[in-house]
Each structure stands twice: as structure tokens, then as C-alpha cells.
Write a protein of this length. Structure first.
Length: 118
């Protein structure tokens, strides 16, 4: 059984540009979950998958040179609210399926199947 997540888009129902998301917006207050970053080059690809407090994660991604080296291709982000006990399993599933270019070494977690953002 697949868990259905509500992947966020920005105003106008367009994918959010990573470096321009308004992180002071009240939407991000205590928002915890998983986040996917990708580039929109000729062959779009996942760049990073992470979990935790979304405002903090996006702030980190904006400062991470491994991620920002794809900025010229256009960096996008989407996120969804997820309970803390499910985050590692969802993150593991997303990494396994999206195969992001950049990834930190993570402890093993039992995958939780979810709908992909796109």
C-alpha cells in the first residue's frame, strides 16, 4: 500500500524555485517532513532528498555548494508534512526511487512507499 503525500507547490500551482522560497511565510512554522530538490536542466534530475524541519532544510540546501552547483540549470523544491516516525522510511524510499545526485550517508531505514512528487 502506498502512502499518498500532498507535495507542495508555490503560488500559481508552479514548482517552487529553491533559492526563492519565502521561508518567513507562516506556512513553515513548525513544518516537519521530507523535501526533494531537483534541477530542471535538459534532463531534469533529483539533486537531494532530505527530512526534518523544512525551513531549516531549505536554508541548508541554499548554502550547500554540492547542491548549488546545479543552480544554473534551475533548482526546484517540493516538500510535504510527514510525522517524525515516518520520515526516515519515506526518505529511504525517495532516495531509492529518485536516485539523487547528491546524498549524505544515512542509517538504513525500512522504506515506506509513497507517491512521487511528479
Amino acid at each position: 500500500m502506498q502512502l499518498q503525500l500532498n507535495w507542495q507547490k508555490c503560488q500559481g500551482e508552479v514548482w517552487c524555485k529553491l533559492n526563492f522560497v519565502n521561508l518567513v511565510h507562516p506556512h513553515f512554522e513548525n513544518l516537519e517532513g521530507v523535501c526533494v530538490v531537483w534541477h530542471g536542466g535538459a534532463t531534469p534530475a533529483a539533486v537531494f532528498v532530505g527530512k526534518g524541519m523544512i525551513r531549516e532544510k531549505i536554508t541548508q540546501y541554499r548554502a550547500d555548494a554540492r547542491i548549488q552547483k546545479f543552480a544554473e540549470l534551475g533548482l526546484f523544491a517540493t516538500w510535504t508534512s510527514v510525522q517524525p516516525q515516518s520520515q526516515a522510511g519515506i526518505e529511504a524510499f525517495l532516495i531509492n526511487n529518485l536516485k539523487p545526485i547528491v546524498q549524505d550517508l544515512l542509517p538504513p531505514a525500512e522504506q515506506i512507499q509513497v507517491n512521487l512528487p511528479w
